[in-house]
Design a protein around this ligand. Structure first.
Ligand SMILES: [Fe+2]
Length: 314
């Protein structure tokens, strides 16, 4: 049986004698997990600490009361049957690219805005570096994924800030119901103490272990399409805890631009056996997102099929 230890990639090792072994570890993670955890990724730990502190402060100050009112209004504390139409999470979203909306989010203080912007610009570079590592492993020319995601206005990049407060009924309400991510690559800075994120591997839910100052990466549906299924977007969910302070999660999505055209990379297809050629559809990214909006919590395969059915000469 295959080892169940979650893949951890030490990025410093990409610059020395262990580069080949590290690239292989990334390849294995992309093929068999859809997830891995990055350490020594170059984002200063003081910045991560400030971001975590500001996020927790902001939740207490601006979000907690609102969340409690929502829970009360839906009488969620006393539910007896599984809740399938909502998640036990408190969130807000900041867009960075193609243009930032951070100044329009009213209840962020100056320090929080500053650290979020700084973090986002470093994370954007890390995402692009990662895309090139994937290119190298997939046998694609450097810059291929970045170029594919670019469309006419550049990629979309944004951050979903979530808190998962303690929940009295973790078996009946998920922090976030199971889904795969629609986009490109997702970079997650998560609470280093409170676990909750789980991925589905070989039919079993496995914890993504909290690790201080690491960045968790997972692959979205678009990477699955471009790699023609060599890499998979993997189902994941968040389970809540009954006590403690709750869990913080800062997930950033590096996605194709709305008019980017997504299709299996010809260089990947060339190497495929005849019967596996063109397994995945070709489409404009925003059409996929329109479909995803209504079907997020369902399996991805029917989404790919639906895109295939409407496939035109894009
Ligand atoms: Fe997700």
């Amino acid at each position: 049986m295959e080892s169940l230890s979650f893949p951890v990639i030490n990025m410093e090792k990409l610059n020395g004698g262990e580069r080949a072994a590290t690239m292989e570890k990334i390849q294995d993670a992309c093929e068999n997990w859809g997830f891995f955890e990055l350490v020594n990724h170059g984002i200063p730990i003081e910045e991560l600490d400030t971001l975590e502190r500001k996020t927790k402060e902001h939740y207490k100050k601006c979000m907690e009361q609102r969340f409690k009112e929502l829970v009360a209004s839906r009488a969620l504390e006393g539910v007896q049957t599984e809740i399938k139409d909502m998640d036990w999470e408190s969130t807000f979203f900041v867009r960075h690219l193609p243009e930032s909306n951070i100044n329009e989010i009213s209840d962020l203080d100056d320090e929080y805005r500053r650290v979020m912007k700084e973090f986002a610009s470093k994370l954007e570079k890390l995402a692009e570096e990662l895309l090139d590592l994937l290119c190298e492993n997939l046998g694609l020319e450097k810059g291929y994924l970045k170029k594919t995601f670019y469309g006419s206005k550049g990629p979309t990049f944004g951050t979903k800030v979530s808190n998962y407060p303690p929940c009295p009924k973790p078996d009946l309400i998920k922090g976030l119901r199971a889904h795969t991510d629609a986009g490109g690559v997702i970079l997650l800075f998560q609470d280093d103490k409170v676990s909750g994120l789980q991925l589905l591997k070989d039919g079993q839910w496995i914890d993504v272990p909290p690790m201080r100052h690491s960045i968790v990466v997972n692959l979205g549906d678009q990477i699955e399409v471009i790699s023609n299924g060599k890499y998979k977007s993997v189902e994941h969910r968040v389970v809540t805890q009954t006590d403690g302070n709750g869990r913080m999660s800062i997930a950033s999505f590096y996605n194709p631009g709305s008019d980017a055209v997504i299709y299996p990379a010809p260089a990947v297809l060339e190497k495929e056996a005849e019967e596996k050629k063109q397994v995945y559809p070709k489409f404009v990214f925003e059409d996929y997102m329109k479909l995803y909006a209504g079907l997020k919590f369902q399996a991805k395969e029917p989404r790919f099929e639906a895109m295939k059915a409407v496939e035109t000469a894009v």
